[in-house]
Design a protein around this ligand. Structure first.
Ligand code: BDR
Ligand code: CA
Length: 297
């Protein structure tokens, strides 16, 4: 059976890889992309989402969401993802203009129209849109089958400006707390796991050699990821691709339930009263192979 999915995203180099992979898997049926301010501003993440769908050859609605986190200003990551959010890699123009329906309305509509418990959310970005959905359309939110979200740092150090927090949670801590404390069926994939899924130059060369447009685009994106901020690094972590990979290969992840809470100021994960399923480890070689095969087939 196919998984019906909405991808919430802020592309973003690793978002682009995750989306290209998801769009090529026959088991995953992507209903829409919803965008949010994160790695870069909303107009760019929205345009990029359309470009990524165009490269995959899929006419997919793109719904623009929140232009800023709840109660604070955006804090883009231009150093890592570049001024265009895609590391300067050239993507085709979007096949259509972004939808006039915003992300939160589109999420609510799709969830209310399709059978309850039939839609998964893949969350690759700050959780602003999902928090707004919980507050403005709780009956719709109750119909989500499950959420798989990249975010957080549990035992690992964070990656947001030298803090213990991870970018997606730190960019909108209030939204992260709202979503992670809501008691939804949710799996969080933190840096503890995503830092184990790494691409080195040999891997990007293998992707490039596989000759499909999405695999070549991913090779270019990983190359840009090296150039942008880690010219001396031997490998780069593939954070967001862990989300669709988990959906298709859950047996390759080690999942624990931890009692946690989100610090509403910093987005750090602290010990707390909320049992949250977190992926704390993964089988990197199996997942790297699955990603490559999935992009190349
Ligand atoms: C997360 O932050 C973003 O920069 C990446 O796209 C990923 O979603 C990693 O911390
Ligand atoms: Ca992202």
């Amino acid at each position: 059976a196919q998984m019906r999915v909405i991808i919430d995203t802020d592309p973003g180099i690793d978002d682009a890889i995750a989306i290209l992979y998801a769009l090529r898997q026959p088991e995953i049926d992507v209903a829409a992309l919803t965008t949010v301010a994160g790695n870069i501003g909303l107009s760019v993440t929205t345009d990029n989402a359309g470009r990524i769908a165009a490269l995959a050859g899929v006419a997919l609605p793109v719904h623009p969401g929140a232009a800023a986190p709840l109660g604070r200003d955006p804090a883009p990551e231009l150093g890592i993802h570049g001024q265009d959010g895609l590391g300067g890699v050239i993507f085709p123009d979007p096949l259509a203009a972004p939808s006039v329906t915003g992300a939160v309305s589109a999420l609510a509509e799709l969830l209310m129209t399709e059978p309850a418990g039939s839609i998964d959310l893949f969350c690759l970005a700050p959780l602003t849109n999902i928090a707004l959905l919980l507050d403005t359309a709780p009956q719709a939110a109750a119909r989500i089958r499950r959420i798989i979200a990249m975010g957080g740092a549990v035992d690992e150090p964070g990656n947001f400006r030298g803090t213990r927090a991870e970018f997606n949670l730190a960019h909108d801590p209030q939204a992260a707390a709202r979503v992670l404390h809501a008691g939804l069926d949710l799996l969080l994939i933190p840096l503890d796991a995503t830092r184990q899924l790494r691409a080195d130059r040999a891997y990007l060369n293998q992707l490039r050699a596989s000759h499909t447009a999405p695999a070549i685009a991913c090779a270019d994106l990983i190359e840009a990821y090296f150039t942008a901020d880690a010219q001396t690094a031997e490998s780069r972590p593939l954070h967001d691709p862990c989300v669709p990979l988990y959906a298709l290969h859950p047996e390759l992840f080690r999942v624990e339930t931890r009692a946690l809470q989100v610090d509403p100021e910093t987005g750090a994960l602290d010990p707390g009263p909320h049992p949250i399923k977190v992926a704390m480890g993964l089988g990197a070689s199996g997942l790297r192979a699955a990603l490559k095969t999935g992009l190349a087939c």
